[in-house]
Write a protein that binds this ligand. Structure first.
Ligand code: GLU
Length: 279
């Protein structure tokens, strides 16, 4: 079977050494006989900038990466993600949530001891209780809302244990419930990372998802979405994250460590690839 991998950066800043390491790992996993894809994850149009998109292509080409074209740019495909959300909605697994961040915090404080997941305190489920009439009226009145997955209903609908395989950590039993009723679309971003990534990995025939271990837990949820949507299940390989001299993870806010600043300092592509070859 041909290995198909992808590197999926978001153009919210310049790429840093951690990105180069991730891209290199992905390309190496595809090997000479596989396919290495580049995907632009720019659904958050409030944070993505065209100059960062151009820089992604430029920096990766400077490092000598080659990728299949056309590149899938997620912001060109909002209609696809809407169709996925419509399918989940037809399955009665989504509900509108009108809560503001403040409402949620207040409710969590009221409950006390709220359960926590990978992204913090779980949504207490306030809007899950709304009647169909109340939902209709509030939407008609123009109230803004997010769409949440009814996690218990989704797990019930699947009705069996799900597993996924990580090449670094082995077989995993999926525990999507750790996310609670996760948001799958927002008013300002009419999709979510979880929807777009699982849809695109299936559409593009990705056989091996490589990404940083900061997204390890997300795979539990992605496995559930794959099952609900009838998608193929890729293998995973979550790799470590590079840290700077201070022991902290590289982040886009660390402007000094961008690939372009390394180029400006006079490092060659080979120098940078050597530094990036860590996984
Ligand atoms: N777009 C994500 C990021 O820039 C990567 C998502 C993934 O590889 O699944 O962190």
């Amino acid at each position: 079977m041909t290995v198909i991998t992808r590197f999926a950066p978001s153009p919210t800043g310049y790429l840093h050494l951690g990105h180069a390491a991730s891209a290199l790992f992905s390309a190496k996993q595809a090997g000479p006989d596989g396919r290495f894809l580049l995907r632009i994850e720019d659904i958050d149009q409030t944070r993505c900038r065209p100059e960062y998109l151009d820089a992604i292509y430029e920096d990766l080409a400077w490092l000598g990466f080659e990728w299949d074209v056309p590149v899938r740019v997620q912001s060109d495909h909002f209609a696809d993600y809407q169709a996925v959300l419509d399918r989940l909605s037809d399955m009665e697994l989504l509900y509108p949530c009108f809560c503001t961040r403040k409402d949620i915090q207040a409710e969590i404080a009221r409950i006390g001891n709220a359960p926590h997941g990978p992204d913090g305190a779980l949504y207490p489920g306030t809007c899950r209780q709304c009647s169909p009439t109340e939902r209709k009226d509030r939407i008609a009145a123009g109230e803004s809302y997010a769409l949440r997955l009814d996690m218990a209903a989704a797990i019930k609908q699947v009705g069996k244990e799900l597993a996924w395989f990580d090449r670094a950590s082995g077989k995993q039993i999926a525990t999507p419930e750790i996310f609670g009723d996760v948001v799958l679309a927002r008013k300002d971003t009419p999709t979510s990372y979880h929807i777009s990534v699982t849809h695109d990995d299936d559409l593009q025939g990705i056989t091996l998802v490589t990404r940083g271990e900061d997204l390890f837990f997300a795979s539990h949820l992605h496995r559930l979405l794959q099952e609900l949507l009838g998608y193929d299940v890729p293998e995973y390989h979550h790799h470590g994250l590079l840290t700077g001299p201070d022991g902290k993870r590289f982040a886009k806010r660390d402007k000094s460590r961008t690939l372009r600043s390394m180029r400006e300092e006079g490092l060659s592509p080979a120098d940078v690839i050597k530094l990036a070859d860590q996984f």
